[in-house]
Ligand binder design. Structure first.
Ligand SMILES: [Zn+2]
Ligand SMILES: [Zn+2]
Length: 138
């Protein structure tokens, strides 16, 4: 768990007013690395005794995404998941358990710039497979 002074600075650096709810959510995202959905975040915080409404959770996450603190990971046929790693990276998705793993990628080396399509704001790369944890169960 990061201390709240640090989290407050992180919010201020992105010109976000550091309310208690925002600090709670940012702290949660820093400690949870499973790419949670709004539903999971809401349920986890409720279980920890924090009664944030689902709308508050959603609105705060959206604000964090707009300000570049979080990014949205969209997998086909599933709801949006949130990721605290705002920098570009790739994902490995386990087809057995649905876990999502982060992987640093040097996107510049791929040299994909899409000059015909427009300007790029976010780069994603998804690999699918079976994770080590699931493999060891087989
Ligand atoms: Zn797995
Ligand atoms: Zn990620």
């Amino acid at each position: 768990m990061q201390n709240y002074a640090q989290l407050t600075e992180e919010l201020k650096a992105r010109s976000i007013k550091p309310s208690l709810q925002r600090l709670l959510l940012l702290n949660y995202m820093h400690t949870c690395h499973t790419h949670p959905t709004v539903e999971q975040i809401y349920a986890d915080l409720a279980a920890q005794g924090h009664a944030l409404s689902k709308a508050t959770v959603y609105n705060t996450l959206t604000l964090f995404v707009q300000k570049g603190l979080l990014r949205v990971v969209n997998l086909d046929r599933s709801e949006a998941r949130y990721d605290v790693l705002a920098c570009d990276h790739g994902h490995f998705v386990c087809e057995c358990c649905g876990a999502i793993y982060d992987e640093p990628i040097d996107f510049d080396k791929l040299n994909l710039i899409f000059p015909e399509a427009g300007s790029v704001n976010q780069r994603d790369l998804f690999y699918r497979g079976v994770c080590k944890r699931c493999l060891s169960k087989e």
